[in-house]
Design a protein around this ligand. Structure first.
Ligand code: UD1
Length: 420
């Protein structure tokens, strides 16, 4: 298990370019199953989750070339609709292949997916929606067998705006017969990105970014080659670097950001007293004491504060004078990083889904362990401000979602190395 070794105390400054979005790239790669042609996609981050998705698509029969952040996928030869268990278990997002494979082949066999250990992550909303589209689902020994010789459009209302379920059913709707209407859907920017990609391949999808998405089902012959598509910037990676700058009371510039997507994060950083200026193609954050604690920070579906920024933000707040109250409403059991932060001297009390964080004068380097992607980012952030050396074990979790985080932070002046 790899680790990051960090010597804290350096103030971050300088400029970096933000990677393309992980959470956009994954469903977009899954969408390439639908059109039996070539798709060329730019700005796909070079991270582990993308490598897993590529391995799965290759297993299915796609021909893929990957050069830096550009991926060319030829899915004309996809022949199988069974995703092997060992690949499925590596990443939860693999479940969104169900909708695309059902659309193309009318059949799919997968096991229950894996992913981060952040509490129970059921897929009932995915399965319920597919059943409404006429999919016959059978669950046997941890495997899901799904079959729909006539995938039908349906009017589906989500109990909760799940990101993954919204994407899965959008993908299923593209080659279904008739119209699919999805209500109370996720409104994340990554959903809009998926819609834009699907429309570029000839699909007819409208409404992403609002509560209701409408997909007019089409024939596979109506789909076409995607000559070029660029995924949106990763708002969570951007937020992570901003918080990293803030904890060191630094001053950084990030290029490749969409301001509107960043607003839920920026609003809270501004409340802490960080100075943020937004320009056409870059964003600048400058943080100097005094900074202020947050009376109330709640994670919520977009446009609320993202759950993926909860752990990094918590790390920052441990160093801000006063008491901050942070409530996690999206996932259960997403506070495991708090115990590790406490090993570095943080003062955090967990009460159910609420964390009470009392700012301390200093954090101290320690040996800590990342048990999921964003927890890993949080521990790295804490280490940047801690006195002495921190060893963050579990770099593989961080590599799932951050492209070269050690290189980017080093460019900004941090002392960080990755040990494999
Ligand atoms: C996606 C993101 C992840 C982010 C999350 C919430 C990707 C690849 N991952 O994950 O980074 O943290 O959105 O913004 O895009 N739920 C159910 N039943 C379901 C589906 C979900 O109960 O069928 C629950 C989950 O357990 C969780 C909540 O809904 O408590 C949110 O999950 P969801 O929005 O589906 O997240 P993911 O798509 O897994």
């Amino acid at each position: 298990m790899g680790a990051y070794h960090i010597i804290g105390g350096n103030i971050l400054s300088g400029e970096i370019k933000v990677q393309g979005s992980k959470n956009s790239s994954l469903p977009i790669l899954a969408a390439t199953v639908l059109n039996p042609y070539k798709s060329t996609i730019y700005d796909v981050p070079d991270i582990k989750d993308i490598s897993i998705m590529i391995d799965i698509l290759r297993f299915l029969g796609a021909k893929i070339s990957r050069k830096a952040n550009t991926i060319v996928i030829d899915s004309s030869n996809i022949k199988t609709w069974e995703v092997p268990e060992y690949l499925m278990r590596k990443m939860r997002s693999s479940i969104i292949l169900m909708g695309a494979l059902l659309g193309r082949f009318g059949e799919v066999r997968v096991s229950y997916p894996g992913g981060c250990e952040i509490g129970p992550r059921p897929i009932d909303l995915h399965l319920k929606g597919l059943a409404q589209m006429g999919v016959n689902l059978q669950e046997r020994h941890g495997f899901i067998f799904a079959e729909a010789k006539n995938l039908m459009g349906a009017d589906i209302h989500f109990d909760f705006p799940s990101v993954g379920a919204t994407e899965n059913l959008m993908l299923a709707g593209v080659l279904a017969k008739g119209d699919t209407i999805l209500r109370n859907v996720a409104k994340e920017p990554e959903i809009v990105d998926l819609q834009n990609f699907l429309n570029k391949m000839g699909a007819d999808v409208k409404g992403a970014g609002t509560d209701t998405i409408k997909i007019r089902g089409c024939n596979i012959r109506d789909l076409n080659v995607v000559e070029d598509y660029t995924v949106i910037p990763d708002r969570i990676a951007a937020g992570t670097y901003l918080v990293a700058a803030a904890i060191t009371r630094g001053d950084v510039i990030l290029k490749n950001v969409v301001m509107e997507h960043m607003e839920p994060i920026l609003a809270k950083l501004r409340e802490t007293g960080c100075k943020i200026s937004c320009h056409d193609d870059f964003i600048q954050l400058s943080a100097q004491n005094p900074l202020y604690s947050l009376d109330s920070l709640r994670t919520l579906p977009y446009p609320g504060f993202p759950t993926d920024m909860q752990a990094p933000m918590m790390a920052f707040l441990t160093t801000v004078d006063g008491t901050s109250i942070l409530t996690e409403t999206v996932f259960e059991n997403r506070f495991k990083h708090a115990e590790e932060l406490k090993r570095m001297g943080a003062n955090i009390t967990i009460n159910g889904n609420t964390a009470i964080i009392k700012g301390v004068k200093k954090l101290t380097g320690a040996k800590v362990e990342a048990n999921d992607l964003r927890a890993g980012a949080a521990l790295i952030i804490a280490a940047l401000a801690a006195e002495g050396k921190t060893c963050v074990e579990g770099s593989t979790h961080v590599e799932r979602g951050y492209e070269n985080i050690e290189g980017n932070l080093s460019r900004l002046g941090a002392k960080i190395v990755k040990i494999d």
